[in-house]
Every structure is written in structure tokens, then in C-alpha cells.
Design a protein around this ligand. Sequence first.
Ligand SMILES: Cc1ncc(COP(=O)(O)O)c(C=O)c1O
Length: 371
Amino acid sequence: MTPVAPVRPQPRAAILEIDPYVPGKSHVAGLDKVHKLSSNESPLGPSPKAIQAVRALADRLELYPDGASTALREAIGRRYGLDPSRIICGNGSDELLALLAHVFLHPGEEGLYSQYGFLTYPICIRAAGGVPVVAEETDRTASVDAILEKVGARTKIVYLANPNNPTGTYIPYSEVKRLHAGLPEHALLVIDAAYAEYVTRNDYAAGLELAATAENVVMTRTFSKIHGLASLRVGWAYGSAHVIDALNRVRGPFNLNGAAQAAGLASLDDAAHIEGAIAHNTCWLPWLTEAAAKLGIEVTPSVGNFLLLTFPKQSGRTAAEADAFLSARGFILRAVASYGLPDSLRLSVGGEEANKGVIAALAEFMRGEGG
Ligand SMILES: Cc1ncc(COP(=O)(O)O)c(C=O)c1O
């Protein structure tokens, strides 16, 4: 008898075309102590004020949080000089990046992103029923010309991570403005500035001014990186009133949990902690860059809190072998083959012990010892 296929609910075909996002590894079997340098987390952790705020909340877990994250939005507004009614908080900026596609892409319309752009963009676009369109990069950096060449009548959303993950590269604000100027008014430019706080270049800006003045620009930010709150999931977006209004209609009614709101609020109140995290990165990013380059590893110049390391293709020195070698010694980096970068690994800036240790291990690997 021919087997009869069971009748069961079917997801839309586009959903099954999505390759699920694979986060950085956290563990190595058999090792108790590891240095997790795979997810661009803050080696300094959160502000003690944020920890205190979460502890204080433990006595009130039966209460729903403020669904509108009012106090947090007001504090972000004060910090950056923004109208809080044009800010929306999200369960991580991931949530907002996804909602933007759901809200602004009609089925079959195009969402654009650059070649090595953050991998959640194609997921967001596909999940919304849209068609992902990729623009080539130049020197692992987004190219405004290449993006504009791909823009057409069907383009409704353009994601730009600036700086970009996993490359660490950025485009100057003048280029972001040129990109915006070249987009049709119906296309929404999403500037994902998750790593903005780390950038120390004069020609960089996160996009506040464009998001404040243009109807078709929204900027997303996160508390996961510089604020060290990745576990709690706190992100936010700022844009024109009609964009924020649309997002507010579809977000979960209590999308930001109480601990996330309290910790976000408290960490904004700890300028010294944020300054410390910036100073740490400003010291160790160039140190790691130079040290890795001296070992014969190609390092893509980064302005974030991580580095893209590219290994030789020669057997015994490849990225896959380096990944295994480092993992066995307790250093977890991020393989980025899923980004089309099979010869590279991404290394997050860690604490002093991790940074010195990973460079020592890489030196051993590149000398061909202990393999
Ligand atoms: C470029 C970029 N955007 C957004 C995110 C997501 O951040 P969140 O933790 O706020 O969801 C990340 C996290 O790695 C990122 O690298």
C-alpha cells in the first residue's frame, strides 16, 4: 500500500527555506574553564547598579512589567536627546529587526543587505515573506554604490549594520547619508548600530540625526554589548512616529520583561561603567589586531569589540583547524563559514587573561606546535 502522507499544519514554504541562526558556541566538552570569545559580549559584564536592580526585582516577580517600557524609554531619550514617544524597546534589538520586516515588507517584496551583513537580516526578510537581495561588499565593507545598484521598485527595506558584524568594518556617516539620499522614499533604511559605542572614528555617527529627520530611516541599538546585558535582551529603536507606531501595534504587549527594563535603566545611570568598557576596548582592540597580524593572520581592521581573523588555506593552518586547536585549549571563537567566510574566525575582545591567552595559543598554532 502506498503510504499516505499525514495531514498536518504546514508552515509557509518560505519558512522552511530559512537556515536557523546558529549562535556562538559556549562550551567545550570536557573543559570546565573556557574563555567565550564567540558572541561579542562585554568582558566587563554589566554595571553593578544593573545587577542590584535585577536583585531588587526578585521580590516582585508576580507583577507584569510596564508594557510600554516608559521609564527606560524616557531615560534613553534623556541620554541621547530624543523624543521618547519615538523610541520603542524590544526584547533585544533582534526582535525589532524582525518586526521591521514583518511590518514593512509585503510578500514578494525585496529586503536588501550587504554581502557579509549580520545573518539575521535574511532570516527576518524570509520570515516576513520577502525576498532577500544581497549587495556585494568591497574589502569586506558595505558598498553604497553596490547597494544602490540593487535598489528597485520592489525594495522596501534596506538593512545596514554599521559597524558590521562579523567583519567589524564601518562606513562613514557621509556614506550613510549618501545611501539614504539614493533610496526611494518608499524604502526603509534600517541602521543597525549595535556596536556604535565602541567606535572611536571622527567620521562615524550612529544615525540619530537621520532617524530624527527622515521618514524612512530607523536606527536600532542594543544593551547587549557595551552595557553587558545580553542575557536580559534589551534593545531599542528610534525613528519617525509612523514607523514606531506601526511597530508598537505588533510587538508583544509586555515584550520587555521587568528585569530587562530595570537593568537597562540602572545601567544608563552608570556612565563610569560605560566609559570603562569603552576604554577597555580602545586599549585591547589595537593590541589584539597587531598581535594577530604579527603571527601572519590577516586581520580585517575593526571598529567594534571583535576582530575577523583570516587564516591561510594551507593544511595545518586553516581556520577550521585553528578553531579546533583553540577550542581544545579553552578559547571559543566564532566560526563564520555560514557568512561565506570559511577561512575566517571571529574573535571577541575579552578580558586581559583571555586576550593574552588566545594570542599565545594562536602563536603556538601558527608555529605548527602541539597540533
Ligand atoms: C549587528 C548586530 N545587530 C544586532 C544584534 C542583536 O543584538 P541583541 O542582543 O540586541 O538582539 C547583534 C548581536 O550580535 C549584532 O551583531
